[in-house]
Design a protein around this ligand. Structure first.
Ligand code: NDP
Length: 419
């Protein structure tokens, strides 16, 4: 029996909300709140009569902490699920602290405006100290650790697939398969085809920022940064086949390096087709990925926001996307004094997702873990206070919930390793 406030009503939130409504005995009441209320109303209307969960909707601009506080005070939820954008993480965390409510999200904080002086100064200091230059990192949200602990509240960060399930896979490997882990390779493969020459399968602005940034990995206690897309490997993915994949910086490397300090190397690879890479390079070269406003016919335009308006809405890719995703982690390490390798992953079919929740697999593989993470907090399976990432909690009930609600694990005790 719980009341949950979901902020955001985009591709990922749509899946998370539909999945919450399949577990009405836990998610008894749900308020869907977003900047554009009509989208919340439309989803609520679609779910009407199909779930026992009592759904209400609200308008909120989560960039403004007072608006979020007012909404939390009027709705009185047990948990706030932030499934808006990373830009709203800190305002929503502030509002949760002010109102004494648990918090969770699916991506770590990054600012909308990277020219903002206070953020820029901290960013430049962090680049020098830590040695990676992605715009997003955990320092902003980890700064809330003491506040959440003192308030007796939990903030669960990055509970999608990657970040999210990938860290639960790491915690599971550490708990059940290894005494010590030496290396972790996280492999994110999307073998789906939507038929467009170029489209992103989640928020274009966040996605393009992520993949156009320099790559980096963790090795022997420090970051190694490389030019974007400069390390390429081929890998044969179960149920998908052979794909090119590229080393990217990814946020869970930062928390895993802190929480499993014995690991000597952590890398993240994502698959991309040549058409995607060529389009992205071209858009970058002409300045369309810039977040700095430009003057155009008397208006201020942010190029990447304008590009977002031109690209297909990720939420609309569902009916067109065929094929499968395969995301997981390959480990090397030791058990009982012997060398060992282990691969744990999930395969998800785009069309199966569409049939179930009217969405493609990228939103599905993010929205289902968000629901399962909320389930862990609401049913008292995960109770640690403070600000935590997924690998800090018991992976067993979470992976069991994923098995049950649509993202079952597969295992391979003799995987091909990535060189
Ligand atoms: P979308 O762009 O589809 O949806 C974002 C939603 O947030 C929209 O409903 C939007 O409203 C709303 N929103 C934006 N700004 C505000 C605001 N100021 N106040 C209130 N609501 C706002 O994004 P996705 O669903 O694709 O992604 C959601 C999150 O999931 C992102 O943080 C993304 O980084 C993360 N993600 C995580 C993954 C993982 O594996 N961990 C993988 C994929 C995504 P409006 O309709 O008005 O624009």
């Amino acid at each position: 029996m719980s009341r949950v406030l979901v902020i955001g009503c985009g591709g990922v939130a749509n899946v998370a909300i539909r999945k919450c409504c399949q577990v009405s005995d836990v998610f008894t009441e749900l308020c869907i709140a977003s900047r554009t209320k009509s989208k919340c109303d439309q989803l609520a209307a679609e779910l009407q009569g199909k779930t026992a969960t009592k759904i209400t909707t609200a308008q909120v601009d989560a960039d403004h902490v007072e608006e979020v506080i007012a909404l939390i005070k009027s709705y009185q939820p047990d948990l706030v699920m932030n499934i808006a954008l990373p830009y709203q993480d800190l305002t929503i965390m502030d509002a949760c602290l002010a109102c004494g409510v648990n918090y969770m999200d699916t991506a770590n904080y990054e600012p909308e405006d990277i020219e903002e002086p206070e953020w820029k100064a901290a960013y430049e200091k962090r680049c020098k100290e830590k040695g990676f230059s992605a715009y997003f990192d955990y320092t902003w949200q980890w700064a809330y650790r003491e506040k959440f602990e003192k308030a007796g509240l939990t903030a669960l960060l990055g509970c999608g697939f990657d970040p999210g399930v990938t860290q639960a896979y790491c915690a599971y490997a550490k708990k059940h398969e290894f005494d010590t882990i030496d290396t972790i390779d996280i492999l994110d493969c999307n073998g789906g085809d939507h038929g467009y020459p170029f489209a992103t399968n989640f928020n274009p602005e966040v996605n393009l920022r992520e993949v156009s940034a320099p790559g980096s990995y963790w090795e022997d206690g420090h970051w190694v940064e490389i030019p974007a897309m400069s390390i390429k490997r081929e890998y044969h993915f179960d149920q998908v086949g052979e794909k090119d994949m590229y080393l990217l910086h990814h946020e869970e490397i930062e928390s895993l390096a802190e929480n499993i300090p014995e690991v000597k190397r952590i890398r993240f690879f994502m698959t991309f087709g040549q058409s995607y890479l060529t389009h992205m390079k071209c858009l970058e070269n002409v300045g369309m990925l810039s977040t700095t406003p430009v003057e155009f016919e008397g208006h201020q335009i942010v190029p990447i926001k304008f590009l977002k308006a031109l690209l297909p809405d990720p939420a609309s890719l569902g009916p067109r996307t065929h094929g499968k995703t395969n995301i997981g982690c390959i480990f090397t390490g030791k058990k009982d004094g012997k060398d060992k390798t282990y691969y744990i992953y999930n395969v998800c079919d785009h069309q199966e997702c569409y049939k179930e929740v009217a969405s493609q697999a990228v939103s599905y593989t993010t929205g289902v873990p968000a629901m399962c993470g909320a389930l862990m907090l609401l049913t008292g399976k995960w109770t640690q206070k403070g600000v935590h990432t997924v690998e800090e909690f018991d992976p067993d009930p979470f992976l069991d919930a994923l098995d049950k609600y649509g993202l079952p694990r597969s295992e391979n005790h003799n995987p091909v390793l990535v060189d």
